[in-house]
Design a protein around this ligand. Structure first.
Ligand code: ZN
Length: 104
């Protein structure tokens, strides 16, 4: 299992094993360097690869069920992430959005 620096955890529906969606420290360094190389405009505006990495892996990815969308496989049993493996946080954020839509 990965020791992630950025990202979140989800549990496999088939075997219950905990899986990581995210990047290790080393992978994050690579992601940040690549992002900054590809986004020189944003960097000139004061944005950082670290900020982009943090925003995607720690904030946006979980909300968007990234491991399900990207069909990640369980490291232990190889089962593809099912819709039922949504994290509690993603469900919680969704319920807030639902409530806002109902009350507006
Ligand atoms: Zn599994």
């Amino acid at each position: 299992m990965k020791n992630i620096e950025y990202g979140y955890w989800w549990n496999c529906a088939a075997c219950g094993a905990e899986n990581a969606y995210g990047l290790t420290t080393e992978e994050a360094e690579e992601y940040i360097a690549d992002w900054e190389a590809d986004n020189s405009d944003a960097v000139a505006d004061g944005e950082t690869g670290e900020g982009a990495c943090d925003w995607w892996y720690n904030v946006t990815a979980e909300e968007n069920d990234a491991h399900i969308e990207e069909k990640h496989k369980c490291w232990k049993c190889d089962a593809v992430a099912a819709a039922s493996t949504r994290t509690d946080k993603a469900k919680f954020l969704d319920s807030i959005v639902d409530n806002l839509e109902k009350t507006s």
